[in-house]
Design a binder for this molecule. Structure first.
Ligand code: PLP
Length: 225
């Protein structure tokens, strides 16, 4: 356990230093970039090590896994912030609104409707990101770039949802920069301030293109099994 804790603390410090470097190079303030430590598949011991090292913002991709792992951690540690970064089924909107402080995967009207209902009912307001499928990949979630403006208008006008920003996951086999640039452009023309982009392999590039939230898993916790 001591070894795991030390490794995670060191990895976090290295990622943090790389974020600081990228901010400096981009002429941005370090405080404008939030590191989301993606703890999916990792247990409480690894998460405790990150918390002990000062990390407070975490990302998970499944409602079910989060329900099992996080209530106890939340009870033990004040000030934790939990982000849902994976796809969300409409029938899990109720649990997602209750569990998460941010949802990065808003991408269809049925989900908007379910989220709007739960936000009103629970009086909780998670930060909402619309996911953009910048590579127009068939198997991937997200709104197509050419449909983004209309979808964002619908979120606001039809469902009364306040969208804070955009999220993207570039195709694995392509350079990420054009996808980050496209996402930033769509956000800018729609007046959205937050950009969730960049993972272990490319968060420094994402910061160059304006990322405000980087989602980093394996660079902190190690390879997932
Ligand atoms: C797993 C995951 C990440 C983290 O990926 P790493 O390459 O391990 O940093 C980021 N974003 C999403 C949406 C993920 O599912």
């Amino acid at each position: 356990m001591a070894d795991t804790s030390r490794t995670i603390a060191q990895a976090l410090a290295a990622v943090d230093a790389e974020i600081a470097d990228a901010c400096r190079e981009a002429g941005r303030a370090r405080a404008d970039v939030t590191l989301i430590a993606v703890s999916k598949t990792f247990g409480a011991e690894a998460i405790e090590a990150a918390i002990a090292a000062g990390q407070r913002v975490f990302g998970e991709n499944r409602v079910q896994e989060t329900k099992g792992k996080w209530p106890a951690l939340r009870e033990k540690h004040a000030g934790l912030e939990l982000h849902l970064i994976g796809p969300l089924q409409s029938n899990k909107a109720k649990e997602a609104v209750a569990l998460f402080d941010a949802i990065h995967s808003v991408d269809r009207t049925s989900l908007c409707e379910a989220l709007a209902k739960e936000i009103a009912r629970q009086g909780r307001r998670p930060l909402l990101f619309v996911e953009i499928n910048t590579g127009a990949e068939e198997q991937k979630a997200g709104v197509l770039p050419e449909q983004a403006d209309a979808f964002l208008a619908q979120c606001r006008d039809t469902y009364g949802l306040e969208i804070a920003g955009l999220m993207c996951i570039p195709p694995l086999d392509q350079a990420p920069a054009p996808h980050f640039a496209l996402t930033a452009k769509i956000a800018a023309r729609n007046g959205l301030k937050l950009l969730s982009m960049g993972m272990s392999a490319d968060f420094a590039t994402a910061i160059q293109f304006g990322a405000t939230h980087v989602r980093v898993g394996s660079a902190i916790f190690g390879a997932r099994h």
